[in-house]
Design a protein around this ligand. Sequence first.
Ligand code: GRF
Length: 202
Amino acid sequence: KNIVILISGRGSNMEAVVRACEAEKWPARVAAVISNKADAKGLAFATAHGIPTAVVSNKDYPTREAFDAALQTVIDGFQPDLVVLAGFMRILTAGFVEHYAGRLLNIHPSLLPAFPGLATHRQALEAGVLEHGATVHFVTAELDHGPVVAQARVNVLPGDTEETLAARVLVEEHKLYPYAVRLCVEDRVTIDNGQVTVAGNN
Ligand code: GRF
């Protein structure tokens, strides 16, 4: 299977997926890492691992539709079975999302449906929740609302700041995302009526 990973920055989740794919010998390979920012730190890691990279800068396109169309062309050049958003900081058009229906994954740093959107750790602290975490979900047209594949939970501790909480969640993200991507490339995930079923998970 071909996995294409989209990043915008640091790429630590991308790195976790690449490392797990290699170490656990998944029936898959990371065929490309694509960034909308030329200076994304994660591109260097991909290159060092012999993974083709591409940059499609949203600044080069006048509209979201034009950017998404260009991005789609580059992605499809790698014949992806799965497209993995890993800190990809662009809202995608309905047409793009539709094109990759059932094969487009995202990781969001909250326990969805709680705290969609940005600044999730601040949102969690302000809401005073005792538990926070991360969610891997299929992407649908509605932002941060698609069928959930898996979640990881952390406790919110007294004295937590956005930074300490983000760091605790990130540790879990680095286990959760490889786990969820692996389920997908092993064909263990089906979506039925907006609900995910995982095969062989008793
Ligand atoms: C992660 O917390 C991810 O959930 C998100 O942005 C962060 C990206 O980090 N939405 P990285 O680029 O994977 O290191």
